[in-house]
Ligand binder design. Structure first.
Ligand code: GDP
Ligand code: MG
Length: 163
């Protein structure tokens, strides 16, 4: 079986945008699970000669509950269960939030390899927005832009290296 990379993060940080850029048209499975009212989406990615499954956790809603903290906690639990490497996506425009800190603590306790992707860095001269995410404790955050497609190679380098 292929190794698994999961993308977790708050709603609207750009998870699905990046997921779609990584998989191209290699959408694999859309799966329903008991207790999960929305689909999670699997795709196939390939980078540096490595093939992997990638999960966009963004569609998950537990029991119809859409409170952000519950939502991202459920995503993080799923990623911790299933993934070999977790891409923890945050939003440079929104900055660091309480929900980000909650997810970071869960991921930290799991001891799974984590790469922090700071999305919406549309202007790579504005790296100041990235530094605060060092504080999450997962090493160097990778600046990316889903809109422009920049930084995604660096992100995949970092993620595949940890597989
Ligand atoms: P998700 O909820 O985490 O899956 O986020 P989406 O991929 O659906 O994106 C949420 C919104 O952010 C959409 O309106 C995207 O067009 C926008 N978005 C995604 N990536 C970027 C980016 O790099 N820069 C900017 N400015 N907007 C982005
Ligand atoms: Mg999404």
């Amino acid at each position: 079986a292929r190794p698994v990379i999961a993308i977790v993060g708050r709603p609207n940080v750009g998870k699905s945008t990046i997921f779609n850029r990584v998989i191209g048209d290699r959408l694999a499975i859309v799966e329903d699970k008991p207790g999960v009212t929305r689909d999670r989406i699997y795709g196939i990615g390939e980078w540096n000669g490595r093939s992997f499954s990638i999960i966009d956790t963004g569609g998950i809603e537990i029991d119809g509950e859409d409170h952000i903290l519950r939502l991202v906690r459920a995503q993080a639990e799923l990623a911790i269960e299933e993934a070999d490497v977790i891409i923890f996506m945050v939003d440079a425009k929104a900055g660091l939030t309480h929900a980000d800190d909650e997810v970071a603590q869960m991921l930290f306790r799991s001891h799974k390899p984590v790469v922090v992707a700071v999305n919406k860095v549309d202007n790579m001269n504005r790296m100041d927005d990235v530094y605060e995410f060092y504080g999450l404790g997962f090493g160097q955050p990778i600046a990316i832009s889903g809109s422009h497609g920049t930084g995604i190679g660096d992100l995949l380098d970092a993620a595949v290296e940890k597989l």
